[in-house]
Design a protein around this ligand. Sequence first.
Ligand code: DAU
Length: 341
Amino acid sequence: MKNVLVTGGCGFIGSNFVRLLLDTTAVQVVILDKMTYAARKENLQDCWENPRLSLVVGDIGNQELVRHLVQSHNIDLIVNFAAETHVDQSILGPLVFTDTNVRGTQVLLEVAREFGLRFHHISTDEVYGHIPEGHQSIESDPLEPRSPYSASKAAADQLVQAYFITYDLPITITRGANNVGPYQFPEKVIPLFTTNALQDQPLPVYGDGLQMRDYAHVYDHCTGILKVLEKGQIGEVYNVGTGLEMTNLEMTQIVLDTLGKPQTLIRHVTDRPGHDRRYSMNVDKLRALGWEPRYQPKEAVAETVRWYRDNDWWWLPIRQGSFQAYYQKQYGERLKESQQA
Ligand code: DAU
């Protein structure tokens, strides 16, 4: 790995990964990013001076552009973070999820096939669907996605695996748990609840709030991806998470306690349609490569909450912009009908 094309490198996980690459390797990094609402140049404000980093604004679905970038930068590895990622947005408007997550991934695969590139794909634990208590997903489990978002991610995973089987393309896939950390767009639950609490606004907990999630720090996700790039076996899938979980109400309590805010901010609102009750992954396969997470979920959540508390320069302009229209659509009615905890 010398010249890496990182798609979606201005998004949350992508930008954290780019920073890790610049800090810990000698590679040249080219970001291809469409700069949708969830991508921000500020996520890498401390990195743009680095001569090993460049940004091209464009769509992964533009095959000519991707071919041109691969040739002109002598790319030998594509890491695909580019995706529409928010489940609630996929319920409101699903088609763009198929365009970017499925067709976009396949365009990248086509270019990788043409030039014989290594291809690493970023996937999610949501492809396994809802996981009953007592079970942890392993990489060979069947894919049973239940939302338009997770269905598009599962389709992409299967295309990536098909290119390995059919064309012998050197691929790897990582499936990440719920990530938390700096620069996550405030549509996702922890930045949403934190920034709401900081503004003394209600925290809209879907349903009973007893859904289980593995809140893993984005830093650990990124070191896991790097480990797979360095030591992973070609053609294989690796889960990346902590293997630990908590309920959304426990997570909400950490947000409130970290900020010293009252429980009266909690509102139980109408649930997300098709809401997966529990995700949980076994991460032994990645551990066997010599990777260990630095953070437990509780510390990951608390540290993230403190980051948002200390960095309102980053999120205040977002919350003042077009985000307000989304917030109204997603939460307006829900909050009107809601009950205090
Ligand atoms: O599990 C990995 C996935 O984690 C990623 O693939 C997705 O891209 C990412 O969005 C995330 O999906 P979730 O749907 O689990 O994350 P979200 O932050 O939207 O919600 C986390 C939990 O919090 C979930 O059980 C729904 C609940 N929630 C979420 C929001 C936005 C609420 O109770 N209220 C809310 O307002």
